[in-house]
Ligand binder design. Structure first.
Ligand code: URA
Length: 266
């Protein structure tokens, strides 16, 4: 079955479809030895040899994994300090999976990993305003005015944060719990916003990534997304994500991994 070259390149995790088109126009892509710099080119992934900058591109199966990131793990793929990586927790998947965005070393919760470069780029693109919901334990108790500031915008590095949802969930002695939903992904954004109102974060957990929650996953555990979830995620990447599953099929508990039957030779 033939498919457009730029689609093949993005499905293979080389680049987003638009970036793949750029690579083609720059003459960096060849099909069976010939430069393919026309955007209409179609290929047969099973028969044609596609190369980018002289390197063969293999069509890879795409994986989508939801991890409940534990504390003390990093989202980068190479760490000079040798700290535990989130990718090390996802064992048994025959592909190199990349985290979609980052959570800090001490942040826990919902983290998506995939080798689908196109979807990852869409989810991370500021234009798509994908929703991420956090629960933060704060030092002290923010005033209603401070909560309002979190909602309307706070200046960080001279740039105002986008409108957010923020709600005080509870108070325990001198500390409090805040739930906040952001639709942008600036570096250490929750911590810096809370610091800006004078209430440093003591503990941070990402409760939901769009409609995906990790309620049923223990820290460090992961699961493959269901086909319906991947479809919804693609749709939500364009629409900006949602906080709760609207599709009743997503309320179904995922099937636990089944033990493999030993193979018996005849
Ligand atoms: N905001 C933060 O401050 N840290 C995270 O890990 C995620 C969002």
């Amino acid at each position: 079955m033939s498919e457009r070259l730029q689609k093949f390149l993005s499905s293979a995790g080389i680049a987003s479809r638009r970036q793949a088109e750029k690579l083609m126009l720059e003459g960096r892509v060849t099909v069976n030895g010939k430069v393919a710099n026309e955007l209409g080119v179609k290929i047969d992934p099973r028969a044609d040899a596609v190369k980018v900058d002289g390197k063969l591109v293999r069509s890879e199966k795409l994986y989508y994994v939801l991890l409940n990131k534990p504390k003390g793990t990093i989202c980068t793929m190479d760490d000079p300090e040798g700290r535990p990586k989130v990718s090390d927790l996802v064992r048994g998947v025959k592909a190199r999976l990349y985290p979609v965005g980052r959570l800090d070393f001490d942040t826990t919760g919902a983290l998506l990993l995939t080798n689908d470069g196109e979807l990852a780029n869409m989810l991370m693109h500021p234009q798509h305003r994908f929703a991420k919901t956090y629960v933060a334990k704060l030092k002290g108790i923010p005033t209603p005015e401070n909560i309002e500031k979190m909602k309307t915008g706070i200046y960080i590095d001279g740039k105002r944060t986008a409108p957010a949802e923020a709600k005080l969930m509870g108070v325990k002695e001198k500390n409090s719990v805040l739930q906040i939903t952001l639709r942008e992904g600036r570096n250490k954004q929750v911590k810096r916003m809370c610091q800006a109102i004078g209430h440093p974060v003591i503990r941070l957990n990402r409760l939901a990534y769009g409609f995906l929650t990790v309620n049923e996953l223990a820290p460090g555990a992961w699961r493959h997304l269901m086909v319906e979830e991947v479809e919804l995620l693609k749709k939500a990447a364009i629409e900006g994500g949602r906080k709760a599953p609207e599709d009743p099929r997503l309320l179904r508990k995922p099937r636990p991994p089944q033990p493999r039957k030993p193979r018996i030779k005849a």
